[in-house]
Design a protein around this ligand. Structure first.
Ligand SMILES: [Zn+2]
Length: 147
């Protein structure tokens, strides 16, 4: 298969959709807040939200709102659009951000106000939310801006 900058075929289907909301992820994708899943039995925080606590196995889970500031822990720059929806976005940086309130929590996103070449490890960022809508409804996707 030949790939070029305009070849946008790839592993994601053309009908790629937003995350489906369910019992464990609705708060994360609709609150517009940093509501990190927290175990009500042992206090462990985890992300992304899951059915059980990865530390003690409890299914008694709640949320803790953490502050919006974080630091770029790692990143990569995508030059190839794996889906037609991303054809106009490349090149773009995908960042892994650790939260200042709890560095064990790492969240993936993009830095909206920085060119891919400006993104670097240790870059201070703050969370923002972008509303996305498809035929199934709307979600608030966490993103990052430099600070
Ligand atoms: Zn637990």
């Amino acid at each position: 298969m030949t790939t070029t900058g305009t070849d946008v075929t790839g592993p994601l289907p053309d009908d790629w959709t937003l995350p489906r909301l369910g019992r464990v992820n609705t708060e994360w994708f609709t609150s517009g807040k940093l509501l990190v899943q927290t175990c009500n039995q042992c206090g462990t925080r985890q992300h992304p939200p899951e059915e059980i606590c990865h530390h003690c196995g409890s299914m008694d889970l709640g949320h803790t709102e953490l502050g919006p500031n974080g630091t770029v822990h790692s990143f990569t720059v995508a030059h190839y659009a794996v889906n037609r929806a991303l054809a106009d976005a490349v090149p773009y940086a995908v960042v892994l951000v650790t939260l200042d309130d709890d560095p064990s929590i790492r969240i993936i996103g993009n830095v909206l106000d920085a060119d891919p070449g400006e993104v670097h490890i240790g870059m201070p960022v703050t969370a923002t939310w972008v509303e996305r809508t498809d035929e199934n409804g709307s979600v608030q996707l966490i993103q990052w801006v430099s600070r």
